[in-house]
Write a protein that binds this ligand. Sequence first.
Ligand code: FAD
Length: 373
Amino acid sequence: MESCDVLVVGGGPAGSVCAGKLRQAGLDVLLLDRETFPREKPCAGWITPAALATLELDPDLYRKGRVLQDVSTFRVGLVGGTEVVIPYGKTVSYGIRRREFDHYLLERSGVRRSLGEPVMSLEREEGRWLVNGRIRARLLVGAGGHYCPVARHLGAKIGREAVIAAQAAEFAMTPEQEQQCPIPAGTPALFFCRDMKGYGWFFRKGDYLNIGLGRMDKDNLGHHVREFCLFLQRRGYLAEGFPGTFQGHAYLLYQRQGGRRCVDDGVMLIGDAAGLSHPQSGEGILPAIESALLAADTIVEAGGDYRRDKLELYASRLAARFGGGGDMPSSPLVSGIARFCGARLLSGSWFVRHIVLDRWFLHADRKGLYAMR
Ligand SMILES: Cc1cc2nc3c(=O)[nH]c(=O)nc-3n(C[C@H](O)[C@H](O)[C@H](O)COP(=O)(O)OP(=O)(O)OC[C@H]3O[C@@H](n4cnc5c(N)ncnc54)[C@H](O)[C@@H]3O)c2cc1C
């Protein structure tokens, strides 16, 4: 039998950041993940400078031996249409590979871990958790992503929620492919679907190319991905028969009301398990990191009393931080007016730069978590 104060389920950005912060505070933490690391995670791998700052991660140190692609220009348009090119003249975002990034964060956390072990059973016994019949924990933190077993235990209706469904493929380009590609590394291209229910991306990071598409309806996702690839091929961005294999995943946009319950006696949810992705862009890495820090603060302040009343503060902190979300997933891109005007708006540099990029994707008007305190 193994025991710990806090068992964190999931070693993605949310889990490793929360576990690391708790370990630093002197708690006895165990992190469990069904995968061994490094592992793949379907993702575009786009992060904002706020994510690096919140992680207190030095870009120059991180990029030694890993991909950290500076992004200073975006291309934005409609699938099948032309793009507007928006140069910023400075680094406004980065591209990482999740395989490297998640492994780095997990190693950096220095936390005790059990990898390659999925959660098979969760039992509550005399105010403590018994996980897989062999781990006893006083507090359980669910960081297992959208399909987190802890979220399911808390009543999440997995499979019946209105999700973002997305697919991505990432592969190393040959020198010849790099030379033939008309879009330089560090210039992500975003192409919105004509019905404004999602967007595709084409993102070169170092020697790697990541392409993918996410939509607010999961029906026919494969069809939309195929159409997007054909469009990229016709445009000359993508060679026919490219070697990438698409992997899919789902996640939830943040909802102030009606989202997942994320606190109960002795249990909390963070990151995708709590459903926190940004309503306009679908960005989930920074919300995962921020929720991990808010949860860790709440846990440390609870001083060992992990009853629901003590942990509810975390739910209030989430609402204060992410409260901009509506009661339903509310993207301006799917409102009737935006749908009607989308094509015209996306052909104008002012709208693309100031609304789509600065406001929705880069959050130029939003202070970092620590700057708020
Ligand atoms: C195609 C796609 C593209 C995306 N692109 C971006 C992007 O460019 N930028 C961005 O900010 N966000 C992006 N997102 C969202 C982002 O990937 C997530 O929001 C983010 O990974 C959430 O981190 P997390 O730590 O909560 O969960 P995850 O990263 O999903 O980690 C969860 C961990 O839990 C483990 N786990 C799951 N089940 C179990 C179990 N039963 N037992 C034990 N362990 C378990 C998993 O192995 C995994 O390691 C994208 C999502 C998708 C699907």
